[in-house]
Design a protein around this ligand. Structure first.
Ligand code: ATP
Ligand code: MG
Length: 465
């Protein structure tokens, strides 16, 4: 076995150490494994502790419980139980290998084994296939520590075989590389391309989890550029964007390349702090361009309605990937409004805020800045002469800040009158009509036709009633 004790940025936390100690004192072998070892070696924030052990899960549960540790049987079919020590969970799994994968996603059977090395061999990438024990040191059979230093993702074993077994690993490779800012090693990359079509066998919610990890890493631009086959297999709608000539004097890039630039610009403008919905919106903002394309008599391309159709496609895609509803709603709203003109006037700003608030209740004040970031990123990703719009958007940003500091009402509940006031003072009766009057009052205030003052609002309500 190859051992080295040095190189970890921090030690095993107490809760993990306790699980190791209890198991080893009972005569079993136990190691910390996977993500914790990877992140401790690269000095990243500490990951949850996962333990792998020679004990069968029933022995693990019995031994830990006898030592007073709470144990939950969270995945016994795969040999996994979860111990809870001082409120911290530790997943403990029996050393195992996996049988044949006849469906590209689940092993036909799981076999428990006695040698930790066999367990490490079934793991996906070298950087994820290291085990560590505070006394025995690092067990790194496949050069995972070297690969961390070289910043590469490399499959354990023969890459094509590993991706054929489980096609989800194709996306996992891209996710780990994106998250850590690594690249995919050449042979692994070639196998990724060959196996990408097998993603069709994988449940879409599992694809959604991995893709969301890629998007949230802030490195979607890298993933699109470096691993286009994988990204297009994961989101088939992206494939139509590749090489799609916009036939427009406003664009020097095809739709796919333009998208790469927009994703990258979003990170640059936000210094890597883009919200996740903005990241999804950047990725999919022009997804409807291929389906809405029309060439006019001069051969110039137009994409009428692409923001609206794109917003619908974004919803379809993100829902198919089982991503949360409000998340989907925010991303698709940004896409729907990405070409909507906002002028640096109070009226235009407030009307835009109202649109955002209606689509995403409670989010307008944050979404307006995300919308500006999306527009700014879009502007610098076309022809160079279109980039000046980014400067106008800076002025818009400042105007939005001023406008928001005046705390404009964006919903009926923020008006200076309530429904009850109108019933009392304007002779209205409870029911749908009351709601319509309140909506109209809000519209008038947002348009600057009325101040948000009780007396003015009541008077207007009387005239409406
Ligand atoms: P994170 O949870 O931060 O994304 P992780 O390394 O903990 O990273 P998990 O998906 O939680 O990743 O899996 C834990 C470990 O199990 C991995 O480090 C890897 O060794 C192994 N593993 C997980 N999924 C697979 C898979 N599909 N094929 C092979 N090994 C896998
Ligand atoms: Mg994990």
């Amino acid at each position: 076995m190859t051992f080295a004790t040095d190189g970890l940025a921090y030690g095993v936390p107490e809760h993990g150490q306790r699980v190791l100690d209890v198991l080893e004192r009972a005569g079993f072998e136990a190691w910390v494994v996977g993500g914790w070892v990877r992140d401790a070696l690269r000095g990243a924030p500490s990951h949850d502790v996962d333990v792998t052990t020679s004990a069968h899960w029933e022995q693990t549960a019995r031994t830990l419980r006898a030592a007073g540790i709470e144990v939950h049987e969270t995945g016994i079919a795969h040999g996994t139980v979860t111990a809870v020590v001082s409120g911290e969970p530790v997943e403990v799994t029996t050393f195992r290998t996996e049988g044949v994968y006849s469906d590209h996603r689940h092993p036909d059977d799981v076999r428990f084994v006695t040698d930790v090395r066999e367990d490490l061999r079934r793991r996906d990438f070298t950087v994820n296939a290291m085990a560590y024990h505070p006394e025995r040191g690092l067990l790194d059979l496949f050069g995972g520590a070297d690969d961390l230093n070289r910043r590469v993702i490399r499959a354990v074993g023969v890459p094509s075989e590993r991706f054929e077994e489980d096609a989800l690993r194709v996306l996992r490779a891209v996710r780990f590389a994106a998250r850590m800012g690594f690249v995919v090693e050449r042979a692994t990359h070639e196998a990724l391309i060959a196996a990408a079509p097998d993603l069709a066998h994988i449940a879409s919610e599992r694809i959604g989890q991995e893709l969301d990890g890629i998007v949230r890493s802030g490195h979607a631009a890298w993933a699109l550029e470096a691993e286009p086959e994988v990204m297009c297999a994961a989101i088939p709608e992206l494939a139509a964007m590749r090489g799609f000539d916009q036939q427009s004097p406003w664009h020097i890039y095809d739709v796919y390349e333009h998208t790469v630039h927009v994703c990258r610009a979003c990170e640059e403008f936000t210094v890597g702090m883009a919200t996740d919905e903005l990241r999804w919106a950047a990725l999919l903002h022009d997804v409807a361009k291929p389906v809405t394309f029309e060439a006019d008599e001069n051969g110039r391309g137009h994409f009428f309605g692409h923001p609206k159709v794109g917003a619908q496609m974004c919803s379809t895609i993100m829902r198919r990937l089982a991503l949360p509803k409000t998340y989907v709603q925010r991303a698709s709203t940004l896409i729907r409004l990405h070409d909507h003109m906002v002028y640096p006037t109070p009226r235009s700003i407030r009307r835009s805020l109202l649109k955002l608030e209606r689509a995403c209740p409670g989010d307008a004040r944050s979404l307006i800045f995300q919308l500006i970031d999306l527009k700014r990123s879009d502007a610098v990703s076309k022809v160079p002469s279109a980039a000046h719009y980014a400067v106008e958007l800076d002025a818009l940003s400042a105007a939005v800040r001023r406008e928001l500091s005046a705390q404009p009402p964006l919903r009926v509940s923020e008006l200076a009158v309530s429904g009850a006031d109108l019933i009392e003072e304007a002779n209205l009766t409870p029911g749908p009509e009351l709601g319509q009057v309140l909506d109209e009052l809000l519209r008038c205030v947002v348009n600057g036709e009325l101040p948000n003052r009780r007396d003015d609002l009541i008077e207007k309500a009387r005239s409406l009633a």
